[in-house]
Design a protein. Structure first.
Length: 385
């Protein structure tokens, strides 16, 4: 079986890492893969390191920031980009025939590349939905009606959580299923951590420095914790700045509350396992997470997760594999942080339980096997015919 994966983003993201992990695990099961990427970018390094064949074909996605949707200039540019996309389908179609592809798999709903080529070649189309769009990316379709119509033509839609499936159920109720993302743990042998063994308790917020991730909420909560007399807390913000000027806004607030010796910006880190090894508690304060790769990685690395009670985060934690707080309410978050500081013995039990739960449900091996089952279901009727 040969799969053509359409990577809708050439940068590094949860979707990118999930794609790479999937291809590696499918390869171990005898499945060959080829990847199309829309332009040069960091994804190329990962593809080369893992000996995954790929081709660059200049393509443009069909989503737009919400505040730009009705701008005339953007609409004019999109007309040109849409024409380029249509012409590039010929190149994708050529790849399908040359590589003898059996299934076309689009990696996210942020683009529709390869869908026309799959239709012409009569190859099954699998379409991953890894985002809410408006709620987590602050983006939307340029034309929702036309986009939904095209997505409806997929032979199988794969939502990465029940929350995502619930939102997009309206597109194709019979063809949409949930397959949770998987984290690649193969070959890694973690020893149990000596939990809460240092004088300081380290809390980590991992993710892009953007308003959607809830950094301000965390700063406000830590200020309350500090005022309450708890001076054994350290907070690390791990991630790159993607919203111009937002980090400066956060620094101003940190200085206002005199938290410079408590909250630190660590920047982007390649080795997140090392980050989690040095951390005790993960804070997931996003307004919405379609799945929550950070949540699962933290759980696997024996960090307690304090998560906002929103969408995918609450779905994973379930208020028993971590602690939930009321999203948008920094008093609620502060209360949960204080609870952790005062109840480390009980928290250790939750951490052990949540780590085991993550390994039993969210590995890339489980994910790839469910994908392989889906592929097999789609091509069997063709083989019999």
């Amino acid at each position: 079986m040969k799969i053509l994966f359409i990577a809708t983003f050439s940068g590094l993201s949860g979707a990118t890492y999930s794609l790479i992990d999937t291809i590696i695990n499918l390869r171990n099961k005898g499945i060959k893969s080829f990847v199309v990427i829309p332009k040069s970018g960091p994804i190329e390094k990962l593809l080369k390191e893992n000996q995954i064949s790929y081709k660059k074909i200049r393509l443009f996605n069909w989503i737009v920031p919400i505040d730009m949707k009705d701008q005339l200039i953007d609409k004019m540019k999109w007309g040109i980009k849409r024409t380029i996309n249509s012409l590039q389908e010929i190149r994708i179609l050529s790849l399908i025939y040359i590589k003898k592809i059996d299934i076309v798999h689009v990696n996210a709903i942020t683009a529709s590349w390869g869908t026309t080529a799959s239709k012409i070649s009569r190859k099954p189309l699998v379409w991953h939905i890894r985002e809410f769009l408006e709620e987590d990316l602050n983006k939307t379709f340029r034309n929702r009606k036309k986009s939904y119509k095209k997505v409806r033509n997929a032979d199988r839609l794969i939502a990465i959580s029940n929350s995502v499936q619930e939102k997009y159920q309206v597109i194709s109720p019979k063809n949409i299923i949930t397959i949770y993302n998987g984290i690649n743990r193969k070959g890694l042998n973690y020893k149990p951590k000596d939990l809460f063994s240092n004088d300081k308790v380290t809390f980590t917020l991992a993710g892009r420095i953007t308003a959607k991730k809830g950094h301000e909420e965390v700063i406000e909560a830590i200020n309350l914790v500090n005022q309450a007399g708890y001076n054994n807390v350290v907070v690390d913000f791990v991630g790159s700045e993607v919203e111009k000027g937002y980090k400066n806004k956060l620094v101003t607030k940190i200085n206002k509350y005199n938290l410079e010796d408590i909250i630190f910006f660590k920047g982007y880190k390649n080795d997140m396992d090392k980050v989690w090894e040095e951390s005790d508690v993960a804070i997931v304060s996003s307004t919405a997470e379609a799945f929550g790769r950070v949540t699962v990685e933290a759980m696997m690395n024996e960090n307690l997760v304090i998560g906002a009670n929103s969408k995918g985060t609450a779905e994973i934690i379930q208020n028993k594999y971590g602690l939930l707080y009321i999203q948008g309410n920094y008093n609620s978050l502060a209360n949960q942080i204080i609870y952790v500081l005062e109840n480390t013995k009980d928290i250790k039990k939750v951490i052990r339980k949540s780590s085991q739960y993550a390994f039993n449900n969210f590995t890339s091996e489980i994910n790839s096997q469910k994908l392989l089952n889906t592929y097999t279901e789609l091509i069997q009727p063709i083989s019999k015919g």
